[in-house]
Design a protein around this ligand. Structure first.
Ligand SMILES: [Zn+2]
Length: 166
């Protein structure tokens, strides 16, 4: 009888990397720009999206193209691609919105606050002097000083430039 190979890591990778139809970080292929989905940038490696429920103006989400839940799932190349895009995002946000600082980080798992725990994403939240007290007091009633779409339209041309360069 022929012996079957059961250990097949490539298969696990395939299943783990499958695009999910309902995932905001795995949008179906289509024309860009996608203002309705607030997608600022997308290529075969990464996606940049504005958070629909931002903590502050210009709150961006950067995700790897592959549908995986954890930082440890990424290859070195994927880590580099993700962080390179994070650098682009910081530069663009600095130029356009002129924040005084940023919070940059990952929420891994729902218990840690991840709204989409199945697809890893890096949160980039611009911060301004004096916004902290304001945000703490308001807690869940987050006041967005600038309309989302207006911010999207401000940021979009900068990402368009990246696409041209890239
Ligand atoms: Zn996904």
């Amino acid at each position: 009888m022929e012996r079957k190979v059961l250990w097949a890591p490539w298969r696990a990778e395939y299943v783990g990397g499958k695009k999910e139809p309902g995932c905001i970080f795995c949008p179906p292929p289509g024309a860009l720009p996608d203002e309705e989905r607030l997608i600022l940038y997308r290529d075969e490696k990464v996606l940049v999206l504005m958070n629909k429920f931002p903590y502050n103006t210009g709150h961006l989400l950067v995700s790897p193209a592959r549908h995986v839940p954890d930082l440890t799932d990424l290859s070195r190349q994927e880590l580099a691609d993700l962080m390179e895009m994070a650098q682009h995002c910081l530069r663009i946000l600095r130029e356009v919105l002129k924040p005084d600082g940023f919070n940059v980080g990952f929420n891994l798992g729902r218990v840690a606050g991840a709204g989409y725990p199945d697809h890893l994403h890096l949160q980039i939240v611009p911060r301004w002097e004096g916004d902290a007290n304001f945000m703490a007091v308001l807690a869940d009633i987050r006041v967005i000083p600038e309309h989302l779409v207006a911010t999207y339209r401000k940021l979009y041309p900068y990402f368009e430039r990246l696409r041209g360069a890239g």
